[in-house]
Design a protein. Structure first.
Lengths: 253, 176
């Protein structure tokens, strides 16, 4: 067997950790040495594996959308990856799955009040669309005594926005949210109504591939005179009191 | 679901199936993002790395060699390379490194490979592990690590070599 002092350098080469004379020596040697090239490949496999032990982090929905659309790929999540949650959601809240445009319809209605006639016409058109597609929800949106509370994104989800559209006379409340990253496996977003005392749980939800959600909240008595609405990230079956990071919150004005 | 197995997904990508990209992204992007965050500690830069990774994945899927490692390892290698490139560009511009690691809200996933690697890393001595992590996560060379730790160059070379040999034995005993 040939003497192979350079073989010692293969593990370092695989990491890109060689420098100076070692690097020059390795580069010169490996060009003509098949066993060292094989050794390098084996250590490069090891190096490749090291990264797989890192902690994965939830990917923001907006990033997912951007990457897939830039490559011309469909952005909808496969049903397979969402099926287990879908069963849990059906059991916990009546989730109203509406097209993304309707999210903006609800947001636009409030803006219309402030932006005058053109916006009013747009809002009416959107309302008509809402009426066609979801007449029960449209009744909530159209009622004069329906209230809206704006929710702001907190440091745990700085890109998030939301509103709760609620009506004590109808005993209905709907949460609209955008800009939330998909909850990690085993987690869900939970809604809270705070009316002076402890926060009361008011529904669980997941966001769609666009990072948006519109959900009918189960009516809780506290929503008749709420002080604050909030959303936190919790275990997917929900918890009776908030434990996880808060992502959205807004005070009733 | 056989079509979703990572090796199959890469084969579908190599055939130009954009429909497989979403699934492959959902499998591996969290890992790429986590790795980029650990190296760069900056969410915006880490997001850019994820974008670059999947562009490269899409363009080079036909060059993936299963004999070299798992699809996840392939993605991690691309992510590490891109992230270290960005780290060096940032250093060259003399910017301050961004803030400390953000607390994770995700439960770490555990592929068999990840579990085996974590166990193997746990088997290293603290010195070996530290030297390896500086090389892997900060992209430092042997001389830079020696300077950083105040140790002789020969000591660092031995530590890293021992760490890698130990990992190789644990992860691929038939070939070591």
């Amino acid at each position: 067997m040939n003497d192979h002092p350079q073989r010692e350098l293969a593990p370092l080469a695989a990491l890109g950790a060689l420098d100076g004379e070692s690097l020059a020596e390795w580069n010169a040697h490996v060009a003509t040495c098949e066993p060292c090239r094989r050794d390098l490949a084996a250590y490069e496999s090891v190096a490749g594996s090291i990264g797989t032990a890192a902690d994965p982090r939830p990917v923001p929905a907006e990033l997912r959308r951007r990457v897939l659309s830039s490559l011309g790929a469909p952005a909808e999540r496969s049903r397979a990856s969402r099926a287990p949650w879908a069963l849990a959601a059906a059991a916990s809240i009546a989730a109203v799955a509406l097209a993304g445009g309707l999210v903006w319809a609800l947001l636009a209605r409030e803006d219309a009040r402030r932006e005058g006639q053109r916006a009013e016409r747009e809002a009416r058109a959107l309302q008509e669309r809402l009426a066609r597609e979801q007449s029960a929800l449209a009744a909530l949106v159209a009622a004069a005594d329906t209230r809206t509370t704006v929710l702001a994104g907190l440091p745990a989800a700085p890109g998030a926005r939301g509103r709760v559209v609620w009506n004590p006379a109808q005993r209905r409340a709907v949460l609209v949210a955008t800009g939330l990253p998909p909850a990690a496996e085993g987690k869900a977003y939970e809604i809270w109504v705070i009316a002076g005392a402890a926060p009361v749980p008011a529904g669980l939800f997941q966001v769609d591939a666009r990072g948006e959600a519109m959900v009918e909240m189960p009516w809780v008595d506290e929503a008749a005179r709420p002080g604050t609405f909030a959303v936190t990230l919790e275990p997917e079956q929900g918890v009776p009191a908030p434990t996880g990071p808060m992502v959205l919150a807004g005070a009733v004005s | 679901m056989p079509d979703s197995e990572p090796g199959i997904l890469v084969a579908r990508l190599a055939r130009g199936e954009t429909a497989a990209l979403g699934e492959f992204f959902d499998r591996c992007a969290g890992l790429a993002y986590g790795l980029a965050l650990r190296i760069l500690r900056d969410p915006t830069e880490a997001e850019d790395v994820v974008q670059e990774v999947f562009v490269q994945v899409w363009r080079q899927a036909s060059r993936y060699d299963p004999g070299r490692g798992s699809p996840e390892a392939w993605v991690c290698t691309i992510a590490r390379t891109r992230a270290l490139d960005q780290l060096r560009r940032r250093a060259a511009r003399r910017e301050e490194p961004a803030g400390p690691d953000q607390p994770s809200s995700a439960r770490p996933a555990a592929s068999e490979e990840a579990l085996a690697v974590r166990k193997a890393l746990d088997g290293l001595s603290g010195d070996q592990r530290r030297a390896l992590e500086l090389a892997y996560y900060e992209g430092l060379t042997q001389s830079e690590i020696a300077r950083r730790l105040g140790e002789p160059l020969g000591t660092i070379k031995t530590r890293i070599r021992s760490a890698m040999m130990r990992l190789r034995e644990t992860l691929a005993p038939a070939q070591a």
